[in-house]
Design a protein around this ligand. Structure first.
Ligand code: NAD
Length: 259
């Protein structure tokens, strides 16, 4: 008997086997969930399809979250194959590389729009389009980073986007709570992924993190997967509208100055 037997999970955001969404997918699969995946573009399809197949995925569909049409088509397929959604994982973020370097005040209007559209509005767009499909008791999870609360060098417009994402979680949780649907964010510590490689100085941050975080180690996609499993299961039935940190306690440490 798995914790998630009979549950259908739609997972957006696997790019490869380093993706946080992949860590979550493995944890949900291990507890019996039936999985569906999305990808963006042919290059990523070639990576996502074999991974998804290895976990017996019953649904593998394209979806660029900038397109309402693609989101609607995705939800149509979800209706046909799954009938309903018990778990929705939103592990999507994007900003142009030039926005993730130097001063925040250099953020361009288009760069701001793009980062907030892909990284923030997409959650609302998906929930809106999939609302009829969300089963009572469904759990929705998005991924955030502490750069939303405090300045993280070079994170810039993504920090602003993550602050808006965390606020979206609270509003969506309030909208959907009466239907027993829960919405939460996981705030992960730095993990070396494709998206993270676009942030200037990330390697350094990742390296120094383990020396400062109370757990004295880096965070893995496995760590995030386990927390997501808890948020998707009945063990967290009373938890909604929260940002849960999976960062080894790093966010509770004040600045440490290095010589
Ligand atoms: P990743 O590159 O593996 O995943 C990012 C995903 O976003 C990719 O699958 C990509 O295809 C998808 N994406 C980008 N634009 C899209 C679009 N227009 N439509 C649909 N999908 C799109 O990197 P990751 O680090 O696993 O990122 C997942 C989430 O975790 C992001 O929201 C990221 O901000 C967040 N996060 C990452 C870290 C970290 O250190 N890696 C820490 C905290 C939070």
């Amino acid at each position: 008997m798995g914790l998630l037997d009979g549950k259908k999970a739609l997972i957006l955001g696997v790019a490869n086997d380093h993706s946080i969404a992949w860590g979550i997918a493995q944890a949900l699969h291990a507890e019996g969930a039936e999985l569906g995946f999305t990808y963006v573009g042919e290059a990523l399809e070639r990576r996502v399809r074999p991974l998804a197949t290895s976990l017996g995925a019953t649904l593998i569909e394209p979806c660029d979250v900038q397109s309402d049409e693609q989101i609607d088509t995705l939800m149509g397929r979800v209706r046909e194959v799954f009938g309903g959604i018990d778990i929705l994982i939103h592990a999507i973020g994007f900003a142009n590389k030039e926005e993730l370097n130097g001063a925040y005040l250099n953020t361009s209007r288009e760069g701001f729009r793009l980062a907030l559209d892909v990284s923030v509005y997409s959650l609302t767009a998906l929930v809106k389009a999939g609302r009829d499909l969300l089963n009572p008791g469904a759990s929705i999870i998005t991924l955030t980073y502490h750069g939303s609360q405090q300045v993280a060098q070079n994170y810039n417009v993504m920090g602003v986007a993550k602050a808006a994402l965390e606020a979206s979680v609270r509003y969506l949780a309030n909208d959907l709570g009466p239907e027993g649907i829960r919405v939460n964010a996981i705030s992960a510590g730095p993990i070396r992924t494709l998206a993270a490689s676009g942030i200037s100085g990330f390697r350094n941050l990742h390296k120094q993190f383990a020396g400062v975080a109370p757990l004295r180690r880096n965070i893995t996609i496995d760590d995030v997967g386990k927390a997501a499993l808890w948020l998707c299961s009945d063990w967290s039935a009373g938890v909604t509208s929260e940002t849960i940190y999976v960062d080894g306690g790093f966010h509770n440490i004040s600045v440490t100055l290095q010589d």
